[in-house]
Ligand binder design. Structure first.
Ligand code: PLP
Length: 393
């Protein structure tokens, strides 16, 4: 059976050239990068070459990068490492749980006060709200670069400027932005920034935290003096090599304008989906003013269906997509991102995320477009509550 994967915001396949770059580090080049003999020097050199490639992608110095086990660890390292008991933190209602739950933990265990900035119907937050929320004891602003469910890009450069003027740390979770749009730490004016390899074709379990030179950070792990004493533990050399290669390919791809090609494929898919009845885009206002987004993501609601049912029905026909819904105590809860944007619970639960990757082709989009309309229509026919008359409400 043909299978098409359009869930690249969940994870991406490792590209063949990235796997090839990694392969020697599982066998031939096995040294511990901290060893002083030949084997160690070989892997140390590979780790440092990767650091240069990631630094080029983020427009930072290689010494400002800390390799981690992924996005969650990098977010936690920044949030825990830059704050102390009693600090005030500003974040948003639409962050990934790697940020939301780290902030919640600080509120519960370290008496930190957390302010959650809301977003508008397009999923965009207003930097003025961040400015207004800053207090004398505010230590950290943590706002994501691109949302994982809608792909909406936040005004991070403006927020970075506001935080710098107030002498407050600015962290941004750029997990869904890196490799898709230009990420330049100087333009954003951030003190720290998270990326994760598996969101742009490197393997799962490797990521990095950019930490501006001179920024003091309390480590989370205690052990050896790896990563300039910012993250103890023997490096995941093969993973880091994969991350470096992915960064190199992403930089070249952005230079060639491939993000525009990706956006064109996404836009074609979106146009056809939005032509279906009772279907709309999450990440646009009622006048159809689109929010700025990464090029690969579209999040669409199909009124009258259960998102989970559509995901399963499409999967049975070979198409992998996802909902932002979470399963909590056995019940499907609607996405916190979509409800924060003002969607009703029903509409949030009727929403599906489609996310393209570099391996996808125009034929993959055709395949999806060949399946979705008939599947949506069939599910609506089966729904006891769906009626076209509901559309006029
Ligand atoms: N932040 C965002 C925006 C994400 O989308 C994800 C993964 O879904 C993460 C953080 C966590 O990254 P990782 O899976 O590498 O821990």
């Amino acid at each position: 059976m043909r299978r098409v994967y359009l869930d690249n915001n969940a994870t991406t396949p490792v590209l063949p050239e990235i796997l090839e770059a990694m392969r020697p580090y599982f066998g031939e080049h096995f040294g511990n990068a901290s060893s002083i003999h030949h084997h160690g020097q070989e892997t140390r050199a590979a780790v440092e070459r990767s650091r240069e490639s990631v630094a080029a992608l983020l427009h930072c110095r290689s010494s400002e990068l800390v390799f981690t086990s992924g996005g969650t660890e990098a977010d936690n390292l920044a949030i825990f490492g830059l704050t102390r008991e009693g600090d005030h933190i500003i974040t948003s209602t639409i962050e990934h749980h790697a940020v939301l739950n780290a902030c919640r933990h600080l509120a519960e265990a370290k008496h930190c006060d957390v302010t959650y900035i809301s977003v508008d119907g397009r999923g965009l937050l207003d930097p003025v709200d961040v400015k207004r929320a800053i207090r004398p004891n505010t230590k950290l602003v943590t706002i994501m670069f691109a949302n994982n469910e809608t792909g909406v890009l936040q005004p991070v450069a403006e927020i970075g400027k506001i935080a710098a003027e107030a002498d407050v740390y600015f962290h941004t979770d750029a997990v869904q932005a890196a490799g898709k749009v230009t990420v330049d730490v100087n333009e954003i004016c951030c003190d720290s920034l998270t990326i994760s390899g598996h969101k742009f074709h490197a393997p799962q379990g490797v990521g990095a935290l950019y930490l501006r030179k001179g920024t003091q950070l309390e480590p989370m792990l205690y052990g050896g003096s790896h990563e300039r004493s910012r993250r103890a533990g023997t490096e995941n050399v093969a993973g880091i090599v994969g991350l470096g290669k992915a960064a190199e390919l992403a930089s070249a791809s952005l230079d060639r304008g491939n993000d525009a090609k990706m956006a064109a494929a996404r836009d074609r898919m979106e146009r056809e989906l939005l032509a279906l009845e009772a279907t709309g885009l999450n990440g646009a206002d009622s006048n159809s003013g689109r929010a700025p987004r990464v090029p690969n993501t579209t999040n669409v609601y199909f009124d009258g269906i259960e998102g989970e049912a559509l995901v399963i029905a499409l999967d049975l026909k070979g198409l992998a997509v996802s909902t932002g819904a979470a399963c909590s105590s056995g019940a499907i809860e609607p996405s916190h991102v979509l409800t924060a944007m003002g969607l009703s619970r029903d509409r949030a639960k009727a929403s599906i995320r489609f996310s393209l990757g570099k391996q996808n082709t125009e034929e993959d989009v055709d395949f999806a477009l060949g399946l979705i309309p008939e599947t949506v229509a069939r599910l609506r026919d089966l729904s006891p509550t769906w009626s076209k008359s509901a559309l006029s409400i």
